[in-house]
Design a protein around this ligand. Structure first.
Ligand SMILES: Nc1ncnc2c1ncn2[C@@H]1O[C@H](COP(=O)(O)OP(=O)(O)OP(=O)(O)O)[C@@H](O)[C@H]1O
Ligand SMILES: [Mg+2]
Length: 145
């Protein structure tokens, strides 16, 4: 099923992301795609807001991998968040146990997932952001199941 939204601000993108997160299920693995500055991390921030995770996204040395502890209906949930932008090869991903991390969280989210199509079969949803103006973004959401 495919959906398309138009966002007019970073706030609105986070709001869409919170609604999207409300529809996620245990074991979902989300591919976040789009160019530099498209709003992938902003979208991820909305997901972490829905799960009431502690803020960790503002670090200037944003790492490859973050673990977020949040809650859903009073129960603790763990989110795994990857950013593959600086990863050079699939070997690097294998070395850190990427696929195991993907499947061991309540929900995993992967920025720049399309850099490694080898893992395409893992994803249960794809979110693609496109910059259409200074503050406007087109957001395409596809669920695979
Ligand atoms: N409608 C919008 N949706 C999302 N971000 C927006 C929007 N309008 C403006 N912005 C701004 O665009 C920037 C998006 O940055 P963000 O880090 O989320 O992009 P990214 O896709 O994660 O980039 P990177 O590939 O570098 O990680 C932020 O500064 C955000 O405030
Ligand atoms: Mg980012």
């Amino acid at each position: 099923m495919a959906k398309e939204f138009l966002s007019h601000s970073a706030d609105e993108t986070r709001r869409f992301a919170r609604q999207f997160a409300a529809g996620l299920h245990e074991g979902d693995i989300v591919a976040l795609c789009g160019d530099l500055g498209a709003g992938k991390t902003e979208f991820m921030r909305g997901i972490t807001e829905f799960f009431v995770c502690e803020e960790q996204l503002s670090s200037p040395t944003f790492p490859l991998f973050n673990i977020y502890e949040g809650t859903l209906r009073g129960e603790p949930v763990t989110l795994h968040h990857f950013d593959l932008y600086r990863i050079e090869s699939q070997k690097e991903l294998e070395a850190i146990g990427f696929d195991e991390y993907l499947s061991s969280a309540f929900v995993s989210v992967v920025e720049w997932a399309d850099r490694f199509p080898e893992y395409a079969r893992f994803y249960t949803a794809t979110v693609r952001l496109e910059r259409t103006g200074e503050e406007s973004r087109r957001i395409f959401i596809t669920h695979i199941d």
